[in-house]
Each structure stands twice: as structure tokens, then as C-alpha cells.
Ligand binder design. Structure first.
Ligand code: UDP
Ligand code: MG
Length: 314
């Protein structure tokens, strides 16, 4: 019996890209011999026609499965749902917008088939078409992450990867609500090959990730409103610290240029503001950890399925 590849595609408002993606995937998997394919669309509470299109595609192709959430739970939850329900010997995760080119799939399968790797992950080596400020922050983030943790994440790593069932199973075993997949893949280990490719721009539609959304995601998931006040504490702390630096500069310059009749007052204010800023920053950081613990202990489900054509009991 041929082996099975499960292809998970998280979709949120992707009506403009899905048909194109489907035809590209069909082309790509045509080149993969000895494997059947299971295409698993996860509709993450889209409010456009994404679900209708998925339905239409699945009614004409028995290989196409879908899971539809009751609301938008986020890409991480969508990927997790896909991994939980994938039945394949190999499991792949890819974006719906063609930024993860399906044409890489045959090569990924070949690399896994060599037996040297348990997972093949795509890594973009250019960032063409991305705003420079976003690239800069992304680079800084990966640099920071690799220095501060003992998990290795390649710069430009995407969520696009093909893995053996064992790897997918290990990732599913980690049931935390604050999910940061790139870190989870690093944590479970296994042998990973980083497949370089040139950045591709979105085929159509718009990115769902604003700069702030990415920043918060990279701080590992401020995912619910109840955590935002804690983030504000951090931001307030940073701003106060920054303001105190400006005040220090101001006082120094004023002293040098005009002289200062009231000695002691200015430096005191600077110090109080500075310490206040640092304190708020620290409370904010502690708050981040507390908030994460809070979300984890609730043990809420990662997602709620509203509609699916797979047997979720098996
Ligand atoms: N996505 C999702 N839920 C969300 C946001 C995004 O399932 O809340 C999906 C989206 O449909 C796409 C993938 O995640 O398939 C990547 O999203 P996007 O292209 O907006 O991110 P970018 O490529 O800009 O990082
Ligand atoms: Mg994209």
C-alpha cells in the first residue's frame, strides 16, 4: 500500500488564494511517486468565502479534508488542529498564500527518503518584498532567541516543513496553549534539514500579521486580552526609562550651557524616574510569565471545531 502524506494548510480569509493553491498542490504532488496525499484545510474562523471554497474543493476531491473552527483561534491553533488530525506517514504544514511554494514538496520528500533526516524545513534566504524594518526586527529576534534559549532556529525559518509522523506526534504531545511552533520543533529535536529558498510574495490577499502582532508573537504569545495590561506595564516601563534618559541628557546640557542654580533637584528627579521605569519594566516581565501560567492552568481547548468532514473520533 502506498504511504500517505498529510498536507496541513491553515486558512484565514484566503478566498483569493485557495483555488490557485489547490491547483499548485495537485501539480506538485503529481511529481511525488509512491505516496497518496491527504489535503487537510483548517479554516480558522474566516469571515470571507474561504469555507465555501474549501467545501467546493472537497466535494470534488475525496483527498481533501477540512476542519472549520467556531471562530478565529490563530495560526498556531490551526496548525495544532491539523497535526492532531493528520493521519499521514509524512506530515507537512504550509501557508495558504503560496509563500511556501508547493513546488518544493517533491524535493522535501526526496530528502526525507534518503533516511538522513526526520524533518525538512524551509528557510528563506532572501526577504525581498518585505518591509526593511520588519526584516531587521525579524533578524534581531532570531539572534536574540538563539542566544537566550538552547533551541536552534534558523534565520528566515518558516513554518513550512515536511516531517515524519514521529516528529508530528512529538509536537502534538506538547499541549501548551501559548504555542510557538518554531521553538517546539527545535525543542523536540530530531534531525532537521534546512532547505533554502528565495522569498516569494503572497499570491493575493493580505498578510494577517501586522508589525505589532508579530512583535507580540515573537515575545511568545500575548494571545488573550487579559494579558494586554501586563504588556502595557512593560511598554510603560520602557517608555519611562527612555524618558529618564532624555531628561538626564537635558539636565546635563542645561547645566553645561546655562549653569544650574538649584543643585541636586534635577539629578534626583532623573533617578526617581529611571528607577520607576525599570521597576515597571520588571513587573511587566514577571507579569508576562504570570499571564502565561494563568492561561496554561485554565486548560482551555486550543480550538473548537464547528464543522469537519473527518471522523474526529478515530
Ligand atoms: N492564518 C491563520 N490564522 C490566523 C492568521 C493566519 O490560519 O489568524 C494563516 C493564513 O491563512 C496563512 C498563514 O496562516 O495560510 C500565514 O499567514 P500570513 O500569510 O498572513 O502570514 P505571513 O506570511 O505574512 O507571515
Ligand atoms: Mg504569508
Amino acid at each position: 500500500m502506498p504511504k500517505l502524506i498529510s498536507l496541513i494548510v491553515p486558512c484565514y480569509n484566503e478566498e483569493k488564494t485557495l483555488r490557485l493553491l489547490y491547483s499548485e498542490i495537485c501539480k506538485a504532488v503529481g511529481a511525488i511517486k509512491n505516496y497518496d496525499i491527504e489535503l487537510l484545510f483548517v479554516n480558522d474562523g474566516s469571515n470571507d468565502n474561504t469555507f465555501d471554497i474549501i467545501n467546493e474543493i472537497s466535494s470534488g476531491d475525496a483527498r481533501v479534508k477540512y476542519i472549520s473552527f467556531s471562530r478565529n483561534f490563530g495560526k498556531e491553533a490551526a496548525m495544532y488542529a491539523g497535526l492532531c488530525h493528520a493521519k499521514g506517514d509524512l506530515v507537512a504544514v504550509m501557508d495558504a498564500d503560496m509563500q511556501d511554494p508547493p513546488s518544493l514538496l517533491p524535493e522535501m520528500v526526496k530528502l526525507i527518503e534518503t533516511g538522513k533526516y526526520d524533518s525538512v524545513a524551509a528557510r528563506r534566504v532572501t526577504r525581498d518584498g518585505e518591509p526593511p524594518i520588519r526584516s531587521l526586527f525579524a533578524r534581531m529576534f532570531y539572534c536574540l532567541l538563539n542566544h537566550m534559549t538552547n533551541i536552534e532556529i534558523a534565520d528566515g525559518a518558516r513554518d513550512f516543513r515536511l516531517m515524519r509522523r514521529e516528529v508530528a506526534h512529538a509536537v502534538v504531545q506538547m499541549k501548551e496553549v501559548n504555542r510557538f511552533s518554531k521553538g517546539l520543533y527545535g525543542w523536540v529535536g530530531f534531525r532537521t534539514y534546512w532547505l533554502p529558498f528565495k522569498n516569494v510574495e503572497r499570491a493575493a490577499g493580505e498578510t494577517k500579521w501586522s508589525f505589532w502582532k508579530l512583535l507580540l508573537y515573537s515575545l511568545d504569545g500575548i494571545t488573550s486580552f487579559s494579558q494586554i495590561p501586563l504588556s502595557l506595564a512593560s511598554v510603560g516601563g520602557i517608555m519611562l526609562t527612555f524618558a529618564s534618559f532624555i531628561m538626564i541628557l537635558f539636565v546635563i546640557i542645561r547645566k553645561l550651557v546655562f549653569g544650574d542654580p538649584v543643585t541636586g533637584w534635577a539629578s534626583l528627579v532623573c533617578i526617581i524616574t529611571f528607577i520607576g521605569g525599570i521597576e515597571l519594566l520588571c513587573i511587566g516581565i514577571v507579569g508576562q510569565y504570570l499571564a502565561k501560567t494563568y492561561m496554561e492552568v485554565k486548560q482551555r481547548p486550543h480550538y473548537i471545531i464547528k464543522d469537519t468532514n473527518i471522523d474526529t473520533n478515530s
